[in-house]
Design a protein around this ligand. Structure first.
Ligand code: MG
Length: 174
């Protein structure tokens, strides 16, 4: 077995798993737009998507995504040990480790991500609503928090850049 690792493999596997689990990056971009449009009415979906890509390029983000999706998949296959199998499969409300893992993503652009993360976790717009629908087969216990965290981090990045641009007198689009 070859257990050698390179960063390309990690990035590639992250992209592939997100796609395989039905997450379209554009839908994450739409969450970012939803979170930020009141503050930056001129914000475009392209800027949001670019921000999502930048968040996804970070290794600690990729690590959290790989870990969370893996646990969802193992729960779907009934391969976790009890009682974790039941907890993850049923998306037990008091479990909390799904949110905690996602904080590794929320944190990459500082603590302003927390507000956004909490807000979309409560309102569940767009793709988050779909990921939360239970059909007794698919498990998205970790994935819904991961997607919300990606949108929250990408939003924080935009807010930081807009603020920096304002302070330096540039457009913030570069
Ligand atoms: Mg969850």
């Amino acid at each position: 077995m070859d257990y050698s690792l390179d960063s390309g493999k990690v990035a590639e596997a992250t992209e592939r798993l997100l796609r395989q689990r039905g997450v379209d990056k554009r839908e994450i971009g739409e969450l970012v737009l939803f979170l930020q449009r009141d503050y930056y009415p001129e914000l475009t979906i392209e800027e949001c998507l670019e921000s999502v890509e930048r968040v996804l390029s970070k290794r600690e983000v990729q690590n959290a995504i790989l870990t969370g999706i893996q646990l969802d998949m193992l729960a779907e296959e009934g391969k976790l040990l009890p009682p974790l199998q039941e907890i993850v499969f049923n998306d037990e409300g008091l479990y909390g480790c799904d949110e905690v893992l996602s904080l590794a993503i929320v944190n990459v652009y500082g603590s302003i991500g927390y507000t956004n993360f909490g807000y979309i976790d409560k309102t569940k717009p767009g793709i988050l609503k779909r990921l939360n629908e239970k059909n007794g087969k698919d498990v998205h216990t970790f994935l819904d928090d991961i997607v919300g965290a990606l949108a929250a981090a990408a939003s924080s990045r935009i807010a930081h850049r807009k603020q920096a641009a304002k302070e330096s007198g540039t457009s913030g689009m570069d």
